[in-house]
Design a protein. Structure first.
Length: 158
């Protein structure tokens, strides 16, 4: 399974979800260039600035050997959501939205919610994904935080 195929599948799922797009100030009917500005297939986003938030990036990371079969290599990817780290009503709303979007993507099994990224489609097959965890880090740009979610694509086909 190709890292690029995984990223393209995830990108397709994200830009087809109205809740996810709404968080970015977009709709299903938004033009592709507008979607690509806000949902990027890059580790280091283009145009990262306070006035371009929120912004999401999707990128592959090194995978791992399968727990089921050591001959199989499971692909991995991360979704990074960039949000304002200052204070104020707009920022508080954006931060709350970031958390909602994080739950939308990963799900909440304790509440019985399946995440938007619980599976990806590759070459006509549906592969299960497993949420590995999330964390917050510095974006490298003053006033912007980076919230990362990590996923593993399993060799199991659904």
């Amino acid at each position: 399974m190709s890292d690029f195929s995984i990223i393209n599948s995830v990108f397709g799922k994200l830009i087809a979800d109205s809740t996810f797009l709404g968080y970015h100030g977009l709709t299903i009917a938004s033009l592709m260039p507008d979607k690509v500005k806000k949902v990027q297939k890059e580790m280091d986003p283009v145009g990262l600035a306070i006035d371009n938030l929120p912004l999401t990036t999707i990128y592959p990371i090194p995978g791992v050997r399968s727990r089921i079969n050591g001959c199989v290599y499971d692909g991995m990817f991360e979704v990074a959501i960039y949000s304002d780290s200052s204070s104020g009503v707009k920022t508080a709303t954006q931060k709350a939205g970031t958390m909602v979007i994080g739950e939308l993507l990963s799900g909440d099994m304790a509440k019985g919610k399946i995440g938007l990224l619980h599976q990806v489609q590759l070459a006509g097959a549906t592969f299960l994904t497993e949420y590995q965890g999330g964390f917050q880090t510095n974006s490298g740009v003053s006033g912007i935080k980076k919230y990362i979610q990590r996923y593993k694509v399993s060799e199991a086909i659904d």
